[in-house]
Design a protein around this ligand. Structure first.
Ligand code: NAP
Length: 684
């Protein structure tokens, strides 16, 4: 008898009760593993995640969690061949597995890097600037994000057992939330192997990750308002789970990524003979055949101008005829098997359903050759192209998802009709447009974007570097409205926020500063005792403030700056012309002169712990500075971000330039890198 898959429960590997269900190889039908989660203590798993995993993760800062993800990604990368070897059993070719395995691991790298670059080395994430809520500035508001205090339950689809798990795990762990992962049964053996590697790495704290191979038992009965469900699968399962009394009663956050009748639209300009026509053929064939079409983002509807539909169908048929189907371990094979024989039967049924309103113009037969495999034992399916004559009057082509290498050509007359057809999908994950006419691209995007989570415009200029129609990227959102589930995942830091609670906090600026570790206008200004540039990263306190001496800005200064830099814009050089400008009364100082003079006022020139200025943020010139005016600067240590063991940290300074009447002339953040105690001691 084959082995039972392990369940990772309370940080121990346990087998479920009973014999379980046998999982078969997609390639030859032989048993790969048995699966059961009978008898697991689901209530205990949730408690363990909340009490142990959550507490452990929340002790870490965003950057520490980012470092952890990076180490994990490296660890998995070194061991990926073991996963690749097993992945073949799911029917995946090497390039299918690359999307699943390397693609999955790379999402961890991206979340690690985005989290460390765009989030603070802290436990709280500030959402936007403070809101001034009172006349005198003593009462302000700030939106913050903190990790939810529950568990994230991930329910994944069968098609990408690794990527599907890691694209959810990355943002969850970055947020500081523990996960309970439930892979789809048919390919759970691959997810289990990867979780075994993750667990063996020892890189995650106790309780951060648990695994259920099989059903989720009574787990939903113990959910509470701090838990999150991230679901990928069919619309019907999502609807069923969303109606669980506990999900409704406790308002459990539920993200659903479901089926999708994704479209690709060929622009009217992309006639045969243009590079775009050829790109379209390539894109459609790739989307139909990679992962044997078992991609939630695959092109199911080919929306093409009626005038070229016949040429297009012929070209697609030719290209599909060249696709070699067979044993995915054989490097000559272009397309492997579906994930199971059950899945193959399901796709067959769906094609039959589609055939009520569309004609099969390529494939659709059970009689085809396979390379290095037995067609009767594996879950092979021939790429199948359909053509629907009257797509506006045919509901099935817009609603029946054949989750395999199946797509339907839908001819259109005019862009309005193309838009209407795309919308008939009633909400999709992805839509691509292949055109070299940017006016067409804009019209189609504005007409259909509200129905899609991601849209891609392909033309001859970007095709070579394009990541393709079907690739969700960790930097961009994945999800879609309506039928696609209405959820959203990934999208960089956006994806991390789904596992956190946004809270509006209100109070005195000093309180808001203390909570967010970012100095807020109106909070205390601390006298640093010495020039703040003489302090190391550790010595600097948020609120340390330098107020400069005033300095007059003379006409000579302005003329000198104009001459020296070559910036002789009339507002600085021509009194009469400047006075005609509605904003000025005469010649004014250059904004960049003000910023440069400000630096001259606040900089401490001697060798010190401030290593470099790497930019300014949010620079605004608010009041013109006339010659004869005086200016002074306030520079306040606003936010500190330690950069791991690099020997320095980033220090953001709040800079405000005022004139003799205390009016704000310019405001901006100065960004510097400041040495740590250790580094500073080593270089003196
Ligand atoms: P499914 O039957 O809905 O299964 C999806 C997941 O839900 C599996 O892990 C499944 O576990 C689990 N599940 C099913 N019933 C459950 C229940 N009563 N309680 C808890 N969990 C339950 O979908 P599928 O047919 O396997 O997957 C294919 C579908 O997923 C396609 O329609 C495809 O479009 C969609 N998909 C969407 C995305 C996306 O990102 N939007 C990505 C991939 C796939 P078991 O396997 O153990 O039943």
């Amino acid at each position: 008898m084959t082995n039972k898959l392990g369940n990772l429960v309370l940080d121990r590997w346990v087998e479920g009760d009973g014999d379980g269900t046998t999982l078969a190889s997609a390639v030859n039908g032989t048993p790969v593993a048995r699966i059961t989660s009978e008898g697991l203590d689901f209530a205990g798993m949730l408690q363990h995640a909340r009490n142990i995993g959550g507490s452990n993760l929340r002790r870490m800062t965003f950057h520490e969690r980012g470092d952890m993800l990076k180490s994990l990604a490296k660890y998995l990368m070194e061991r990926k061949e073991e996963i690749y070897a097993l992945s073949t059993e799911t029917g995946a070719t090497r390039s299918d597995s690359w999307v699943d395995i390397d693609g999955g691991i790379s999402t961890l790298f991206v979340f690690s890097s985005k989290g460390r670059r765009e989030m603070p080395n802290d436990h709280v994430y500030l959402d936007g600037p403070p809101e001034m809520l009172s006349r005198n500035g003593t009462f302000v508001g700030q939106h913050i994000y903190t990790p939810k205090l529950g568990a994230a339950v991930h329910i994944n689809a069968f098609n990408f057992p690794c990527w599907g798990m890691l694209e959810k795990l990355g943002p969850t762990l970055m947020a500081g939330v523990p996960a309970i992962v439930k892979p789809a049964s048919s390919t759970a053996y691959l997810a289990e192997l990867m979780v075994r590697q993750i667990n063996a790495s020892g890189l995650l704290p106790d309780g951060a990750l648990q695994l259920v191979c099989g059903g989720v038992g009574d787990l939903f009965d113990y959910l509470n308002c701090q838990d999150t469900i991230a679901f990928t699968g069919s619309k019907s399962t999502a609807e069923f789970l969303q109606q669980h009394p506990r999900v409704i009663g406790e308002s459990v956050a539920f993200t659903a990524e479901t089926d999708s009748l994704n479209a690709s639209i060929l622009g009217p300009d992309a006639v045969p003979g243009t590079p775009e026509f050829d790109l379209f053929i390539k894109e459609v064939v790739r989307e139909m055949t990679s992962k044997a079409g078992q991609k939630c983002t695959a092109i199911r509807r080919i929306i093409a101008p009626a005038a070229v539909a016949a040429d297009l169908t012929a070209a697609l048929g030719n290209a599909l005829g060249d696709v070699r189907i067979g044993n995915p371990a054989n490097r000559d094979v272009d397309m492997g098997a579906l994930a199971s024989q059950g899945q193959r039967d399901e796709v067959r049924d769906r094609v039959r359903e589609l055939s009520q309103q569309a004609d099969v113009v390529f494939g659709g037969s059970d009689d085809f050759d396979v390379v290095d495999a037995d067609v009767d034992r594996g879950a092979f399916f021939m790429p199948t192209l359909l053509h629907c004559d009257k797509p506006l009057n045919s509901s099935l082509v817009h609603s029946v998802e054949a989750f395999g290498p199946v797509s339907t050509v839908l001819p259109y007359d005019g862009l309005d009709e193309a838009i209407e057809l795309a919308r008939l999908g009633e909400g999709s994950l992805a839509c691509s447009i292949v055109t070299n006419d940017n006016a067409v691209a804009r019209e189609l995007i504005l007409g259909t974007a509200a129905y899609h989570g991601r849209m891609l415009v392909i033309n001859r200029h970007c095709a070579a570097e394009s990541t393709g129609h079907g690739s969700p990227l960790p930097h961009l959102v994945h999800g879609g409205p309506g039928r696609a589930g209405g959820g959203e995942e990934m999208g960089g830091v956006r994806g991390i926020k789904h596992y956190m609670q946004r809270t509006a906090i209100q109070g005195d600026p000093q309180t808001i500063t203390a909570i967010g570790n970012r100095w807020t206008h109106g909070a205390d200004e601390i006298d640093p005792g010495v020039h703040p540039f003489r302090k190391t990263f550790e010595q600097l306190a948020i609120g340390d403030t330098l107020r400069s001496e005033p300095r007059e800005v003379t006409l000579d200064d302005i003329e000198h700056f104009a001459e020296f830099t070559g910036d002789k814009f009339y507002a600085h050089t021509d009194e009469e012309a400047a006075a005609k400008n509605p904003f000025f009364e005469g010649r004014v100082a250059h904004g960049y002169l003000i910023v440069s003079l400000a630096a001259g006022l606040f900089v401490e020139p001697a060798f010190g712990p401030v290593l470099a200025n790497y930019g300014v943020d949010d620079l605004r010139f608010l009041t013109p500075l006339n010659h004869g005016d005086t200016m002074a600067v306030r520079l306040t240590c606003k936010q500190k971000t330690l950069r791991g063991d690099s020997g320095y940290g980033e220090v953001r300074w709040d800079a405000e330039v005022t004139n003799q009447d205390d009016e704000v002339v310019a405001s901006y953040d100065v960004l510097t890198m400041v040495a740590t105690d250790e580094h500073w001691a080593s270089v003196q």
